[in-house]
Design a protein around this ligand. Structure first.
Ligand SMILES: CC(C)(COP(=O)(O)OP(=O)(O)OC[C@H]1O[C@@H](n2cnc3c(N)ncnc32)[C@H](O)[C@@H]1OP(=O)(O)O)[C@@H](O)C(=O)NCCC(=O)NCCS
Length: 182
């Protein structure tokens, strides 16, 4: 997926009630590997990747590019949020020229159920609305991914369509800072 584009990056760390959204650092490497190696986290994302392969492949400072926020709780990484450009070759678009900003999120399973993902994603969407006012954000998630579906609804994403991809039903929704929902 292409990076977000010409926005000033990284922004100053974004503070929420309990969390900080910041650029990744070398000390986050183990948490990145855990996210990609975790059976639970990767259930609806193509499955876990072998830990030894990740240990070899993951760079010293993973995820250091425009649109990748590390979510930090009390000084430790608990998840990652991405805002990327959705590839034109993928199904699901809301603009004729494609390339929509797309939200992605992965949190370590031990912190699920605390509202951290909702708190962090809302802050990332606020940041996005500030830097690219009026631009929609899209989200694609497996319809069977109940937690992700609940989060999408809570954040104010509205269903656009559903389609089959990767052998599963995908839910495709859109969020806009200028069309508040719910
Ligand atoms: C999708 C994912 C981020 C959702 O995480 P989550 O912790 O369930 O999401 P939220 O932050 O919205 O937390 C919601 C839960 O916290 C609870 N909660 C507890 N304290 C809370 C608080 N202070 N504020 C808000 N909610 C709180 C809510 O009641 C809710 O509980 P429920 O799940 O029993 O309904 C997580 O499951 C994940 O990382 N999955 C793997 C990656 C993935 O599939 N990503 C999708 C691809 S885009």
């Amino acid at each position: 997926m292409a990076g977000l584009g010409p926005v000033a990056w990284p922004p100053a760390p974004i503070r929420t009630e309990r969390l900080v959204l910041r650029e990744s650092e070398a000390r986050d490497r183990a948490a990145f590997i855990e996210l990609f190696a975790s059976q639970e986290v990767r259930t609806y994302l193509g499955g876990p990747r072998p830990r030894d392969e990740l240990e070899r492949a993951v760079p010293e400072v993973p995820g250091r590019r425009t649109g990748v926020f590390v979510v930090d709780l009390d000084g430790a990484m608990i998840g990652a949020i991405t805002l990327d450009r959705r590839g034109a070759e993928r199904p699901g678009h809301v603009r004729p020229d494609a390339g929509e900003a797309e939200l992605g999120y992965m949190f370590l399973s031990e912190v699920w159920g605390c509202g951290y993902a909702a708190e962090a994603c809302a802050a990332a969407l606020d940041w996005f609305a500030d830097v690219l006012p009026g631009e929609p954000v899209v989200l694609c998630t497996q319809a069977a991914n109940d937690r992700s579906m609940r989060l999408a609804a809570k954040l104010g994403f509205a269903e656009v369509e559903r389609f089959e991809e990767y052998g599963a039903e995908q839910w495709f929704g859109v969020w806009s800072s200028i069309t508040p929902t719910g």
